[in-house]
Design a protein around this ligand. Structure first.
Ligand code: FES
Length: 272
């Protein structure tokens, strides 16, 4: 499984977990079985009191002394009255919680969609992160040599890789047993293994020399000097039935600094 496929699955899993979390919060908030109680606010109480007084006023005899046997009127502010769930409706807390859960759910959904949209074209188009067909292996092999027999790495933009001929002895090398050579070619990732700068080739020295911190590699991508911790990384390659040279950019192979070099470096002055 390629790195991009693993990333997609990870994002999908995160999105799913987020959606489940939102759904569980929303459902829990939405199915409260406890009766909702509350108190009416003071303004409503005052309005009710005024209304009751207005209704009662015409019935009062104009000059009648107050009846001391009547019970004292109930003060609606101190004697608060509970209301049922139908009267009260959705509480402010419920409204706020549902709003937050909804916004969070929308945010997670957008994140998931944008992440998939960002990565999807790369996978679909057979670009970096998947298998890249670089061309007929035989034709490619003829392009990586200069007329004087020296090596001229061929850059394949879709794979971010240099094609180089492998002319050394695999036995005892840092590549022994790895599927990094096919049709006499290797595919080196252009990215410096120190801090990731793009490493250009140097025709004069017959190697790769990083302009950032001066790491150097021979044309097989084997470590020759500088702060780089290992050889240049390379991709798994194969020649398919139709003779196409396939670079699997989803499978990056790392190898430790070569103690047994398979290419001579330098063969001329350095470029940096
Ligand atoms: S990034 Fe290449 S040597 Fe530091």
């Amino acid at each position: 499984m390629s790195t991009n496929q693993i990333l997609i699955l990870a994002f999908a899993a995160i999105g799913l977990v987020g959606a489940l979390a939102v759904a569980s919060v929303a459902l829990r908030r939405g199915t409260d079985t406890e009766p909702i109680t509350g108190v009416t606010d003071r303004k409503a109480m005052r309005r009710d009191r005024k209304r009751r007084r207005a209704q009662a006023a015409p019935e009062m005899p104009a000059a009648t002394a107050p009846d001391h046997d009547e019970p004292a009127p109930i003060d609606p502010i101190t004697q608060r009255q509970e209301v049922g769930p139908e009267e009260y409706g959705v509480t402010r807390r419920q409204f706020f919680n549902r709003g937050v859960a909804g916004i969070f759910g929308l945010f997670m959904a957008q994140m998931g969609i944008f992440s998939l949209g960002f990565m999807w074209p790369r996978i679909k188009a057979g670009g970096f992160g998947s298998k890249v067909a670089a061309g007929k292996a035989e034709a490619l092999a003829t392009q990586v040599f200069l007329p004087d027999g020296r090596v001229s790495p061929l850059f394949v933009p879709a794979a971010q890789a240099y094609l180089v001929p492998f002319q050394g002895d695999m036995a005892g090398s840092s590549f022994e047993g790895l599927p990094v050579v096919a049709g006499g070619l290797m595919a080196l990732w252009q990215r410096c293994v120190h801090l990731g700068c793009r490493v250009p080739q140097c025709d004069a020295s017959q190697g790769f020399e990083c302009p950032c911190h001066s790491s150097k590699y021979n044309y097989h991508g084997e470590y020759e000097g500088g702060p780089a911790p290992r050889n240049l990384d390379r991709f798994v390659v194969e020649v398919d039935d139709s003779g196409q040279f396939i670079i699997d950019t989803g499978q990056v192979l790392q190898t430790s600094r070569a103690s047994n070099k398979t290419a001579v470096y330098p063969q001329g002055p350095s470029c940096i």
